[in-house]
Design a protein around this ligand. Structure first.
Ligand code: ZN
Ligand code: MN
Length: 127
């Protein structure tokens, strides 16, 4: 039990210190050197636990792999269809009121997510 919480703390620290929106596999690959007893299953379970605890969010970008983000503030994501990098967008966040205006009378809004797809600045420079 003790070891599991220490590993979860290590995974949480890693996630807080990156804006790369890593997959469980990336987290595992980056941490296994400093924690040889770590397994991919443990990383995956702890990431999902952090999501359940409200300390992280899971992103389904539609690319068939879950990504994780320790920034739980409402923000949008840009998904590069070329290098698959996922970047944060903090500007232009729609208010609940403005979304309720879009969805129409009688509907109430609890939240919204937005993924924008295209090529990032780096990939555009290369082509
Ligand atoms: Zn790119
Ligand atoms: Mn993010």
């Amino acid at each position: 039990m003790q070891r599991y919480s220490r590993q979860r703390e290590m995974i949480f620290e890693y996630l807080k210190n990156t804006t790369a929106h890593p997959t469980a596999e990336t987290v595992y690959n980056d941490l296994k050197a400093q924690s040889p007893q770590l397994s991919l299953a443990t990383v995956y379970r702890n990431l999902n636990l952090l999501v359940e605890m409200g300390k992280a969010v899971k992103l389904d970008t539609g690319e068939n792999v879950d990504r994780f983000d320790a920034n739980t503030d409402n923000h949008y994501h840009f998904v590069c269809t070329c290098c698959h990098k996922v970047s944060d967008i903090f500007d232009g966040i729609l208010s609940v009121k403005s979304i309720e205006d879009i969805v129409g009378d009688g509907f109430s809004v609890e939240g919204h997510k937005l993924f924008i797809y295209g090529k990032c600045a780096c990939c555009n420079k290369k082509s």
